[in-house]
Design a protein around this ligand. Structure first.
Ligand code: F3S
Length: 398
């Protein structure tokens, strides 16, 4: 692999042990994937932030980076933690867990993540100016990776935890995978017989397609994506395909920015009824909690929920997860107040799929997200009710 003089000096340890170790990781990844060189990235998103997943070993790993003087070189975002870093008591978290979770975020802050004030979120494209089409980034969370590649036309592989930290410290990634034009071609044409309409429909469709095509790159030929919540529908579609499969890029004819460059591939998948997707995700039954905001909610999604619950009283809590920046605007707009009056809450920083939900006394969760359903069941170990927002809200209205 060709390295610049500066990269060679970092690898040789001339800029300290943290940068040396980061370079070793970036270069090792490049060798594994046959990259010829490293390329600069405009931003990084680091995942693997929950204390539930990292544990004490992960904390020691992060403390070592900080002790060695690790500092990020490019704007770096942080994936959600298990809890709202301010409202964890209200959510029911144990103080020991909360202290450890807060320390993890603080260690990232000391490395300069979020300019020293991380706002953990899986939707970093709502925090800052989103990456431009054709720009290279190194993002880690699978729905954010899909969003960056597919909706924005930026270029990123799905970075692992240490790989993303290494990219943040060096400002570089090895040039392979979806950073290369040739690897962004669609591999499967997808035809959809039952047009999806709601966010949950797009989620169910994504769950079916992801399950069938695994790592492929789908090209949807006849998918209409109408307002309202057009962007949320595409976000849900990508998140679902990344959860039940490993789809990191998809194209929709007439919708996504790179679709016009390609013709539909010969391999073909036809999706019949979306009911199959609902059946795959929905276990039915009553829920302890409704969850909206997987991936983290946009302002449009929060406004919509506020309109739906106005004047109603829910007999189960409704938790909406989003970034702090989005919540701030939702509070100013009065939507948070309307949601709280109905029995809901807006929580920042948090992802329920990586939270110890059973320790919080939560056994069953309702969601409109296929990705949420997939991980609530497989990671958090709780039962899932999957449905449209209206159906879920109707099921818990007093
Ligand atoms: Fe985000 Fe967690 Fe869903 S990271 S995409 S809220 S599973």
């Amino acid at each position: 692999m060709r390295l610049t003089a500066e990269e060679r000096s970092w690898l040789g340890g001339e800029a300290g042990p943290a940068l040396q170790r980061a370079m070793e990781i970036v270069v090792a990844l490049g060798r594994i994937y046959g990259a010829e060189r490293l390329i600069p990235v405009e931003s990084v998103q680091i995942s693997g932030v929950s204390y539930r997943n990292l544990g004490e070993a992960g904390l020691r790993f992060l403390r070592r980076w900080v002790e060695e003087g690790a500092r990020v070189r490019v704007p770096t975002f942080l994936n959600p933690t298990a809890m709202d870093l301010a409202a964890w008591r209200e959510q029911g978290f144990d103080p020991h867990f909360a202290a450890r979770q807060a320390e993890i975020v603080d260690l990232f802050a000391q490395m300069g993540v979020g300019a020293g004030e991380p706002m953990p979120t899986c939707a970093p494209y709502y925090l800052a100016r989103p990456p431009r089409a054709g720009s290279h980034v190194a993002w880690a969370e699978s729905s954010a990776v899909s969003y960056a590649n597919s909706l924005l036309g930026a270029r990123t592989n799905r970075e692992g935890g240490p790989g993303a930290i290494a990219a943040a410290l060096t400002g570089r990634v090895a040039e392979y995978g979806l950073h290369l034009e040739a690897n962004r071609r669609p591999t499967v044409t997808v035809a959809v017989q039952e047009p999806p309409r709601t966010v949950a429909d797009f989620s169910a469709l994504g769950a079916l397609v992801g399950r069938e095509i695994g790592r492929g790159i789908p090209y949807f030929v006849d998918l209409r994506v109408e307002e309202p919540l057009r962007e949320a529908k595409l976000k849900a579609l990508g998140a679902a395909m990344a959860a039940t499969g490993a789809v990191a890029l998809y194209h929709v004819a007439g919708v996504t920015p790179e679709a016009a460059q390609f013709t539909p591939p010969a391999a073909r998948l036809t999706v019949g009824s979306l009911r199959e997707g609902y059946a795959m995700l929905d276990e039915g039954g009553d829920v302890d909690l409704l969850w909206v905001g997987c991936p983290h909610a946009s302002l449009e999604e929060i406004e919509r929920v506020a309109a739906r619950v106005a004047g109603r009283r829910l007999r189960r809590p409704l938790w909406i997860t989003c970034s702090r920046a989005v919540r701030r605007v939702a509070v100013e707009a009065g939507w948070a107040e309307r949601i709280e009056a109905a029995g809901g809450r807006l929580y920042a920083d948090a992802c329920l799929a990586i939270a110890p939900l059973r320790d919080l006394g939560i056994r069953a969760v309702g969601t409109t997200s296929a990705k949420g359903a997939f991980y609530l069941r497989n990671l958090a170990g709780v039962a899932v009710r999957f449905g449209t927002l209206d159906d879920l809200l109707d099921s818990v209205v007093s």
